[in-house]
Design a protein around this ligand. Structure first.
Ligand code: SF4
Length: 355
């Protein structure tokens, strides 16, 4: 008689694919000056109920990536290659009709600037009700009731009367709440929040981030949070992708990225944040140089013209050979420095500056 171990006796369970999976994504714009390589081979996953923070300087490809997820690029001058699957459905190459149905219903966007995103000509209530009627087939009356319910949910006082206000009658924080209500009205499974609190003062910022977290706890929505603000990442994200020149240069949990970053660019980002505990005599250490042109990105590691550690790697490896985050690794950095050297540089040179 053959005795099977428990693992052998049980049929292998299939691991379900991630809720959102982005694989080898390339986004390129044709311009008069040449082809802009805005996203250059990006991969990441996101599970339901989790928040992925995407962080990087302006022009690192954060927003372009998320426009690609939403299918908002103009196909006439933009090439999108790679795979984006949402709940098993492939989005790259999907018809505009399919994407239109998914946007608003299954995935929604919260923009940075509520004044631009909300039309000044329609009441707040109408702007929340419209997508509900369109995607859920609700009657005008049911959609209005839903708009009131959503405004109430996002903390707008006297929602029953404020539903008939126009955007200019709301404060900046209230408009941002209204935009969140508009994004969530159809219970989307994925929300992309692009710098959702940048235009707000610090107290309102904290309220909006708390609101997003609370709504996520209630509904299990997956959130992609795009920001250049590591404070926002610290208080909101579960996992983080650090982007530079259209590529992921580091990924890990929020704790790993903020407490034990491995990539020289992430060291630079963390070193350039003002710290309350630091003496006023200690200057900030901004990253030298400026982000590269995506028309003609640097060869090898795109960070090499700004990196202080190329000599430790030796030769011209940094300028010639493109480093990758090892395929399939949950945690990693795209850098040629050996792991032990990264760790000692971090402990001896970087960590003391972050205290
Ligand atoms: Fe710096 Fe070289 Fe690492 Fe790029 S690969 S981050 S240039 S040390």
């Amino acid at each position: 008689m053959t005795i099977l171990t428990k693992a052998e006796a049980e049929p292998a369970r299939e691991v379900p694919p991630p809720f959102l999976s982005v694989r080898d994504l390339y986004v390129q714009f044709a311009t008069e000056d040449g082809v802009v390589k805005a996203v250059d081979g990006l991969s990441f996953d996101l599970e339901r109920g989790k928040t992925l923070g995407i962080v990087g300087e302006s022009g690192s490809g954060k927003s372009v990536t998320n426009m690609a997820v939403l299918g908002l690029h103009n196909p006439r001058n933009t090439t999108v290659r790679g795979s984006i699957t949402l709940d098993g459905q492939e989005l790259t190459g999907a018809s505009e009709h399919t994407l239109e149905k998914l946007r608003g219903k299954k995935m929604a966007m919260i923009f940075q600037d509520s004044l631009t995103a909300l039309s000044p000509y329609y009441t707040i209530g109408r702007q929340i009700a419209e997508p509900y009627m369109k995607h859920m087939g609700a009657s005008r009356k049911a959609a209005r009731a839903r708009a009131v319910e959503m405004l109430d949910k996002v903390g707008i006082p006297q929602a029953r009367t404020r539903v008939d206000d126009y955007p200019h009658q709301f404060s900046g924080g209230m408009r941002q709440r209204a935009m969140i209500a508009m994004s969530l009205v159809c219970d989307p499974a994925l929300i992309i929040a692009d710098e959702p609190t940048t235009a707000l003062d610090v107290t309102v910022q904290a309220q909006i981030l708390d609101l997003l977290k609370e709504l996520q706890r209630e509904t299990g929505t997956a959130i992609i949070l795009i920001t250049h603000d590591l404070g926002v990442i610290a208080s909101t994200a579960d996992d983080v992708v650090v982007m530079y020149a259209g590529r992921a240069v580091e990924r890990g949990t929020v704790r790993e990225i903020l407490k034990e970053p491995q990539h020289p660019y992430a060291w630079g980002l963390l070193g350039s944040i003002p710290r309350l505990s630091a003496s006023v005599d200690v200057p900030l250490s901004p990253i030298p140089g400026s982000p590269p042109s995506l028309l003609d990105p640097p060869s090898g590691c795109p960070f090499h013209p700004r990196c202080a550690f190329t000599e430790q790697v030796g030769g011209d490896r940094c300028s010639q050979e493109r480093p990758e985050i090892p395929e399939g690794e949950r945690r990693g950095a795209a850098c040629h420095l050996p792991a032990d050297q990264k760790q000692s540089i971090f402990i001896e040179q970087i960590q003391p500056r972050l205290r």
